[in-house]
Design a protein around this ligand. Structure first.
Ligand code: BG6
Ligand code: MG
Length: 218
C-alpha cells in the first residue's frame, strides 16, 4: 500500500465554523455602524483574520489607526472564541471521523492545513486532535492561501512529496493553493464554486472507500 498525505482544511471541511466567524464579524461591523452580510462572509472563506478585517473595513468605508485595527482583531477573536468554547463533537461535519479513521487504518499520512490561528483549540474541543500527525495552521505561515505555503509545510511535516498529497478544501483560495502546490485538490462544497478542484463532493458522506482507495493507489 502506498502512503499518501491527506491534508485537511479545518473551517468548512471538518467543522462549520463559518457561522461563528459571521456572527463575530457582524457584531464588530455593527459596532462600527455598518452592516455585514452572509454574502460578504462567503468571500472570507479561507481568508486570514487580518485580511478579513481589511476587507470588512473597506466594505464599510472605514479607515482606522493601526492601534484600533489591532484592538478590532482582538475584539473579534475574543467573541469568536466564546462560540468555539461551546463546541463539542456534535459539530463535526458528517462522516469526517469515518474518513479520518479509514485513512488512519490504511496507514496514510494525515495533516491539518488551516489558515486559522485557533485550529488546535477547535480540534481539541471536538476531540479530533489525536487523529492528526501534523498540524500546520495560521501561526506557522507567513503567506495566506492561495499561496501554497500552508500545504507545502504540511507535506514537509508528513515527509511526503507534494505530488503525493491530497487536499480537502471548501474555499476557492484553498483549492488554488493545493493546485499550485501540485497536490490533488478535493473540493468540499458546490461544483459551481469549486470548479478548479480535481474532484468536488458536497460533503464527506459522498466520499466512498472505493474513491479513497483509488486515490491511495494511484
Ligand atoms: C479560515 C476561515 O479557515 O481561517 C476564515 O475560513 C478565517 O474565515 C481564517 O478568517 C482565520 O481564522 P482565525 O481563527 O485565525 O481567525
Ligand atoms: Mg475552509
Amino acid at each position: 500500500m502506498k502512503t499518501k498525505g491527506f491534508i485537511f482544511d479545518l473551517d468548512g471541511v471538518i467543522v462549520d465554523t463559518a457561522k461563528y466567524h459571521f456572527l463575530a464579524w457582524k457584531n464588530l461591523a455593527n459596532s462600527l455602524d455598518f452592516d455585514f452580510t452572509e454574502t460578504q462572509n462567503e468571500q472570507l472563506k479561507g481568508v486570514s483574520r487580518v485580511e478579513s478585517l481589511k476587507k470588512i473595513l473597506a466594505w464599510g468605508n472605514k479607515t482606522v489607526s493601526d492601534a484600533k485595527f489591532q484592538e478590532l482583531m482582538t475584539l473579534k477573536n475574543t467573541e469568536y472564541l466564546e462560540f468555539i468554547d461551546n463546541m463539542d463533537e456534535s459539530e463535526i461535519l458528517p462522516d469526517v471521523p469515518k474518513v479520518l479513521d479509514y485513512l488512519i487504518d490504511e496507514n496514510q499520512g494525515i495533516a491539518l492545513g488551516s489558515a486559522s490561528k485557533n485550529a488546535r483549540r477547535i480540534l481539541e474541543k471536538v476531540h479530533l486532535l489525536p487523529k492528526f500527525q501534523s498540524i500546520v495552521d495560521g501561526n506557522d505561515v507567513s503567506k495566506a492561501k492561495p499561496d501554497p505555503e500552508v500545504f507545502l509545510n504540511a507535506a514537509t511535516a508528513l515527509n511526503i512529496k507534494p505530488e503525493d498529497c491530497v487536499v480537502f478544501e471548501d474555499s476557492v483560495a484553498g483549492v488554488q493553493a493545493a493546485n499550485t502546490a501540485n497536490m490533488i485538490s478535493i473540493g468540499i462544497g458546490s461544483q459551481d464554486v469549486l470548479y478548479e478542484a480535481d474532484y468536488v463532493f458536497k460533503d464527506f458522506t459522498e466520499i466512498s472507500t472505493e474513491f479513497l482507495n483509488k486515490i491511495i493507489n494511484n
